[in-house]
Design a protein around this ligand. Sequence first.
Ligand SMILES: Cc1cc2nc3c(=O)[nH]c(=O)nc-3n(C[C@H](O)[C@H](O)[C@H](O)COP(=O)(O)O)c2cc1C
Length: 193
Amino acid sequence: MSKVVIFNGSPRKNGYTSKLLAQVANGAKSKGAEVIEFNLNDPGIRGCQGCLYCRLHDGCAVNDYLQPMYEAIEDADAIVFGSPIYGYQISGQAKIWLDRTFPMVGDGFAARHPGKKAITIFAQGSPNPEIAAEGIKTVSNIFARYGWKVEDSILCCGTTNFHSEKFEMYNSGLQKFEELSVRAFKDGISLVK
Ligand SMILES: Cc1cc2nc3c(=O)[nH]c(=O)nc-3n(C[C@H](O)[C@H](O)[C@H](O)COP(=O)(O)O)c2cc1C
């Protein structure tokens, strides 16, 4: 059975990142995959302590909510990561997770768990896709180091109007969201061998 591990860097359970991640999960489950999800907004998560335990061991010395993810990643065929764009970057929650994935490389930055498929999902308020470019590049560069192949990267733009006279989350009117949802579902299917 294929195993898919999802990492959700959005604090909003019904936000765009969460909805698109759920679609990937649904697609993978529809093909019989086992799906495990980690909520990166969990208060039981600690940031990397810089102890460098992971330079000598394939694992992390921080014993917290994320500790089971190392075994889950090792067993997984595919990794799915999602984050909102906050201040031109991935969310702080997502960055903390990214730091904690340092054990994915060992001596001389050799990938310890390569060969996994990956899907990445991003959501941003602005309609301009350039805003997310640096954040997406950061994640892609790091996943490439880990030997994880990003099969698709979805960016959902134009989710939010921050002008005070007309503040709203575009929960129903977002153009293309349906299209992206279908794409995310298909991405989930494609992760299953
Ligand atoms: C702290 C914060 C910073 C944000 N910074 C940006 C930004 O730099 N560019 C942008 O387009 N949207 C920005 N947004 C809007 C979010 O990206 C947008 O609301 C997105 O839909 C959130 O993802 P979610 O729906 O998955 O929660 C920001 C939102 C917050 C709360």
